[in-house]
Design a binder for this molecule. Structure first.
Ligand SMILES: [Cu+2]
Length: 82
């Protein structure tokens, strides 16, 4: 399953491509910062989650889905669904 690590106030990898129907899991690998995973179009949005917390979303629709952290707007990433 596709994974994204959140560390050093960035998403790793920042750009991810998955197949429709796959579930992406984000893990907060910071030492002491909460983050969110928030779609720019509002199609998914985690609440702030703490270090060692995870958030998962299943991508059913094709397209490119930019997202950000609502606590730290400079943190940006995208998932492209093929
Ligand atoms: Cu953040």
């Amino acid at each position: 399953m596709p994974q994204v690590s959140i560390r050093d106030f960035a998403f790793h990898p920042g750009e991810l491509t998955v197949n429709a129907g796959e579930t992406v899991t984000w893990t907060n690998d910071e030492n002491d910062s909460d983050h969110t995973v928030s779609a720019d179009d509002g199609s998914f949005d985690s609440a702030p989650f703490p270090p060692r917390g995870t958030f998962s979303h299943t991508f059913a629709v094709h397209g490119r889905f930019p997202y950000h952290c609502s606590l730290h707007p400079s943190m940006r990433g995208s998932v492209t669904v093929t």
